[in-house]
Design a protein around this ligand. Structure first.
Ligand SMILES: [Ca+2]
Ligand SMILES: [Ca+2]
Length: 180
């Protein structure tokens, strides 16, 4: 009985002189397998900075306790819905997957693993990827920071002065000058 399912069995005994008993009553047995889901996968490698339109490769791995084949679901936009499923991969072997983004932003990517019987793991840890592109910096959440400095006005009136302030970060800032 190497197939899954329900079987009806009955037995009959025979002694050493060849005398046989009557058949036993029917007995029903179920053959089932215990299936465990794969472990949570880990994202092994892949860049955390990139440019729109360029394809980047990420890798992941996990194992299935029953040694089942695994398919990996990649969530590239952080909405917890896999966008890309791998082919079945042998438990313990790495899946490599490439993706490109068309809009600049911060993407929290993660992976889930499913075995060949459909048992699903939890999500991997998140990997945050910053994608910049074109003339636009990544869409960082807006935040005001306060910078204190001493400026000396060498002219008579405030209004006609042009102030130039350099800030050593590779990001756009909107400067609001507040007169103390
Ligand atoms: Ca399994
Ligand atoms: Ca998604």
């Amino acid at each position: 009985m190497d197939k899954l399912g329900t079987y009806n069995i009955k037995v009959k005994a025979k002694d050493s002189n060849g005398a046989t008993s009557v058949w036993s009553d029917l007995k029903t047995i179920n053959i089932m397998i215990q299936n465990e889901e794969p472990d949570e996968p880990n994202i092994l490698s892949g860049p955390i900075n990139g440019t729109i339109g360029i394809s980047y490769t990420y890798s992941t791995i996990t194992i299935d306790p029953d040694d089942d084949k695994i398919i990996y679901g990649w969530d590239w936009d952080g909405d917890s819905i896999p966008d890309d499923w791998s082919e079945p991969v042998t438990s313990g072997l790495t899946d490599f997957r490439s993706h490109s983004w068309n809009i600049a932003g911060i993407y929290n990517i993660k992976v889930i693993a499913k075995d060949e019987h459909g048992a699903q793991s939890g999500w991997s840890k998140i990997l945050s990827v910053i994608i910049s592109g074109g003339d636009h910096p990544p869409f960082l959440p807006p935040k005001w920071i306060k910078i204190l400095m001493n400026l000396t006005n060498v002219h008579e009136t405030w209004e006609e002065d042009h102030w130039q302030v350099s800030i050593p970060f590779n990001t756009n800032y909107i400067l609001k000058l507040i007169k103390a």
